[in-house]
Design a protein around this ligand. Sequence first.
Ligand code: SF4
Ligand code: SF4
Length: 178
Amino acid sequence: MSSLGKAIAYVREGIYTLYSIAKGHVVTIINLFRPKVTLMYPEVRWELPSGYRGIPSLPVDPNTGQDKCIGCQACVRICPTQLIEVPVHMGEDKKRVVDGYFMNIGLCMLCQLCADICPTNAILMSDRYELASFSREDMVYDRRKLNEIGGVWPEQPNREPKAEAEGHKTPVTSREGE
Ligand code: SF4
Ligand code: SF4
């Protein structure tokens, strides 16, 4: 390349650099006057939109003080990541007794299939999204914890449980040791 060609390339490069700097500053100045979109988390938290879908939960029925799980295993079968475990046994009266309920919540993809398939509306997608934990074991939520997250059915903010099927009655189940 001739010396004239080199000089033109340098000038072109210089102009482009100045243009880039000016463009960056324009973007910065414009954003100075825009409403802020960041929050001082965790002191300040997002107001979640209505219908926000967090992890599944097992709210308790205010009348019985228990959740509505009957141990039918429908959620276990439909869960795409196979993270639900519901141990059951047959009671003396030939009724299914739910021994526990476990969700490995770290594997949950929040698809809501478990809540949609549940015949008793036992599962409700909560608005819980803070799941950080120090161990994988802590990510396995038991029935008590899922009850705690679910609160009292159906009085959860932002939650809208499926309408009860007409004439549907929640079958009576019992917990292990109760
Ligand atoms: S949560 Fe619902 S779908 Fe799952 S085992 Fe209990 S009753 Fe069946
Ligand atoms: S929301 Fe989806 S992935 Fe999570 S437990 Fe339910 S079925 Fe499984």
